[in-house]
Design a protein around this ligand. Sequence first.
Ligand code: NAI
Ligand code: MG
Length: 356
Amino acid sequence: MTSTYRIATIPGDGIGTEVVPAAQQVLDAVGSRHGIRFDWNEFDWSCEYYARTGRMMPENGLEVLAEHDQIFLGAVGYPGVPDHVSLWGLLVPIRRAFRQYVNLRPVTLLPGIDSPLRDVPAGGIDFLVVRENNEGEYSETGGRLYRGTPEELAIQDSVFTRRGVDRVMRYAFDLAQCRSGRLASATKSNGIIHTMPFWDEIFRELAAEHRDVETSEYHIDALAAMFVLDPGRFDVVVASNLFGDILTDLGAAIIGSIGIAPSANLNPEGEHPSMFEPVHGSAPDIAGTGAANPLGQVWTGAMMLDHLGHPQAAADVMAAISSVLADTGARTPDLGGTASTQEVTAELLTALARTE
Ligand code: NAI
Ligand code: MG
């Protein structure tokens, strides 16, 4: 029996348009071995689209996306279009309209990759960051007054709701229960005296409900230092929107390259499509040169397979990535190699063919 999924693809800008087709080839190949068919539906929504139309996506864009099972996105952003336009015109509306309140980002050091951290053994970094993705510090409330005068001021409010904090933390507790049973929370209740104590209270309430999970709380500054000094101590880390954003770029750095790091914007209930996109952006500095690492987008594809309920297919993709890194010299320049996007993709397809 074949499972067919209707996937909206938004390659976006820059290297997004290079790594998305590469990952589609890999997903099609693994799918054909596991009775999975992807019915890809491509949308050219991007900064180029914005330059043409004045919008990042059409007015009915969200309705169009809602007719799909999942969304597979590359990256958006291009010099000349302010970054807040690409973010607030496309990514943020999708994350919020579809209640993708979990941003899940694995931080795993793959075999054959050297971490920039000294003395990290293979397998020495393997944890998941659960970032709150719908509210928190990235809010639209606030404003500016007295522009251009010496009295000018700016206020940006953070929004933390009990429902919003509770649901993302429950997701993190469940995940910790399925793994080693350890969960760390990122806080800053010594400096941010309203929202962060609220975050901590809810964390402790849930800890009392989940006695089998060993919990710890870190101030965000100390936590960032621990990511560098002792990353092996973490298993699942839950963080607010801003803290999670910063921590996961740090996470991407310690696993060797931002070009590898995957991410999933999840609507855990499956009431709406989830969106799968790598951590990296459109990399205008290397776009068009064929040097983009496709592994972040491919790993993101493995997360989509997992979410769709195909863990074995996802594991095959991860095994192919590991075998290409460990057994072949095919690496893009960000990993110190000379291979192109297409050469790495070809090696992945060869590795997948071997798993039959
Ligand atoms: P970036 O992630 O695009 O690039 C940072 C550095 O990493 C660059 O030197 C780039 O060449 C390198 N890099 C990134 N991905 C790579 C890959 N797959 N293979 C090899 N090297 C890779 O971040 P940057 O430069 O801050 O932003 C560029 C544009 O992307 C901006 O317009 C920004 O707003 C946008 N952006 C979009 C995101 C998204 O769509 N979710 C996320 C982050 C940035
Ligand atoms: Mg970021």
